[in-house]
Design a protein around this ligand. Structure first.
Ligand code: M6R
Length: 364
């Protein structure tokens, strides 16, 4: 039931601190400050290549995981959308792990890709939210998310729970490969444990984002920009907006702007920039300047430091808590979800049952 909320999507956005904490509690041992995974009967440390396959929002979680696994564990990761993967005759080397991410565990393309990889002798791991699903049953390693039932067609809490599991997986792989020592692992645990509180801090901006939604609702096109692990968040922000508000939106890697999409920029195109302060911030700021020089209206989502440095001249800013890069994508999911939600409300669309979409896509 929706309780005091207007929509399931809104309820599910606000459940995130609780369900992320629930999910993390089975992947973290607080006493020993270590990351833990369920029992498995294969050697995870011996995996030399990972192939990630998923669709939609789950695919974007996979893209974030590629950044994390390659950065922390130095294991090469390939990633595909399931519908492409199936038909391109992918090269699967012996000793590889294929990782499938799905809220429902029933998405037809993802399931077909899983069966293909299994037939090719790959070890199969799944991150799913429905433990009784087909994918859960067919996997060698089940990594459950504990988001609870997700009713809204637009995925929200399943995404942040997937990211939580994937962060733990990346850390565990790094430990097994000797790329992360005890101290570093303990630090990762500390940051992950803080995630629910940071999610709450992000949710505190709900009213402000609801006000801001009136700036975005009249737009015909919206661009989202991000770098590194926040690039998939830009893609996710654009997907969320188009799904429920029917506004055309695209996500781009910030540095790709000048290779084409900048031609679209004028006063009528809001540009949402996702940029936590850090080593890549300066680069994103110069991309923002390129947008502003062409009359583009920038909404900057960053932390206090980033906003102090680059907030001037933006039509709006949303201040996120300062967070470790490992949890930034989890926390930055909240403002993009809330923005899409409030824009849809401002437009009066059917938030929980958007046109043409099904919660679970069980046909090809
Ligand atoms: O159940 P799955 O995670 O496999 O579903 C994948 C996509 O169909 C799903 O994420 C879809 O893109 C959502 N509507 C996104 O909000």
């Amino acid at each position: 039931e929706k309780g005091n909320y207007r929509h399931f999507m809104q309820k599910e956005i606000f459940e995130q601190p609780t369900v992320v904490a629930q999910t993390l509690s089975s992947y973290i041992r607080q006493v020993s400050q270590s990351v833990t995974l369920p029992q498995m009967d294969f050697d995870l440390g011996g995996i030399n290549r990972i192939t990630i396959v998923a669709c939609g929002t789950s695919y974007y979680a996979g893209m974030v995981a590629k950044y994390w696994i390659e950065t922390f564990a130095r294991i090469p990761v390939d990633i595909d959308v399931a519908s492409e993967f199936r038909y391109r005759d992918p090269v699967l080397e012996p000793g590889g792990l294929s990782l499938f991410i799905s809220q429902s565990g029933e998405t037809a393309d993802t399931l077909a890709a899983l069966r293909h990889c299994k037939a090719e002798g790959q070890t199969i791991a799944v991150v799913v939210n429905v433990p009784t699903s087909t994918m859960a049953r067919e996997a060698d390693l089940l990594l459950p998310t504990y988001a609870g039932p997700e009713i809204g067609v637009a995925s929200t809490k399943a995404f942040t729970c997937q990211l939580s599991v994937l962060a733990a997986l990346a850390a565990r792989l790094a430990v097994l490969r000797g790329r992360m020592d005890r101290d570093e692992e303990a630090q990762v645990v500390t940051h992950l444990v803080e995630a629910p509180a940071r999610l709450n801090a992000a949710l505190d901006h709900d009213d402000e984002i609801a006000q801001m939604a009136h700036l975005i609702a009249p737009a015909r096109d919206v661009l989202y920009l991000g770098r590194g692990p926040d690039f998939p968040l830009a893609l996710e922000g654009a997907l969320k907006l188009k799904e429920i508000s029917y506004i055309h939106a695209e996500g781009y890697a910030s540095g790709e702007m000048k290779h084409g999409p900048i031609a679209l920029i004028d006063e009528a195109v809001p540009v949402i920039v996702l940029a936590p302060s850090g080593p890549l911030f300066e680069k994103t700021v110069s991309n923002m300047q390129e947008v502003r020089a062409r009359g583009g209206k920038v909404v900057l989502i960053s932390d206090a430091e980033g906003i102090a440095e680059a907030g001037e001249g933006c039509i709006a800013t949303i201040e996120m808590p300062r967070v470790h890069p490992l949890i930034a994508p989890i926390v930055y999911a909240v403002p993009v979800q809330l923005l899409a939600y409030h824009v849809a409300c401002a437009k009066g669309t059917d938030v929980d049952q958007p046109r043409n979409l099904a919660k679970s896509v069980t046909v090809e």
